[in-house]
Ligand binder design. Sequence first.
Ligand code: PRT
Ligand code: ZN
Length: 296
Amino acid sequence: MNSERLKIAIQKRGRLADESQKLLQNCGIKLTKSKDQLYCTSLNFPLDIYFIRDDDIPSFVASKVCQIGIVGRNVIKEEQILKKNQSIKNVSLISSLEFGKCRLVIAVPHEFKYEGIKSLQGKVIATSYEGILKDYLHKNNIICEIVKMNGAVEIAPRISMADAICDIVSTGTTLAMNGLKEVETILNSQAEIICNDSMNNNQKKILERLMLRIRGVQQADSSKYIMLHSPVKVIDDIIKVIPGVETPTILNLKGRNDLVAVHAVCKEGIFWQTMEDLKDRGASSILVLPIEKILK
Ligand code: PRT
Ligand code: ZN
């Protein structure tokens, strides 16, 4: 086993696949992957990548085939509940990512008179998330019959297989198309980096380097660089309006005593409204630029 390298499991095909690869690429990690390959190694960073089904990622990490993985919070939670006290225990969530956002909800047909969770007592619920659902119902003292389905859960009420469903929702279109309404949110989910707790020191160091880059990419994604001209007399007022700024740089402008340039990194996006507010306060030549990388 090569302990000088870190192994990561990411989804081969599906909703997290492109973003997971893009994240590694934005971290400057070059992948030499041909289509349908299961495994590839990076030539410019000590990382090997396995491309697998998302459901297999927790066990790849638990069994140390890989030390880390990128998987939906919903998947890891379900595994943790189903495999209680077993090997999955040595897997931890280390960082949430900004993609794969969704929620696990209970939904019922529009005509269902829903008056709170008690309305589900004794009902039949179809789901692929048996573990999380059972846990949730148990915590709420509700007893239901659970029908496990591996896909197309949303059709279960229409074909009289179930009274309600428990499934992942992102835009809500699928529910709407099937005449269903959301009544309970069980879990908010997004892609997570998971890791095996027993890594050697080399691998820990590689993970630290990788996490530094990932945080840099995430901060850069959510940050903007703003440059503007401000009359000296309103500078404090102007700085207050720029969102998420700690220490702006103030620069003199050649031949002008009444005007300075303000440069700053904003930790949030800048909307047109903010630019208009700045302009109303006397700012001019306002430029907002994307940031590619940040290393603190
Ligand atoms: O083949 P493999 O097993 O790897 O993939 P998969 O088919 O099991 O998973 P995939 O690629 O569909 O999803 C991977 C992960 O993306 C999930 O585990 C979630 O963490 C996350 N995710 C984000 C979603 C959605 N959004 C999503 N909308 N997973 C599933 N859906 C489905 C949902 O099941 C429902 O059928 O999309 C439909 C609802 O979408 P809306 O937009 O109509 O609400
Ligand atoms: Zn899957």
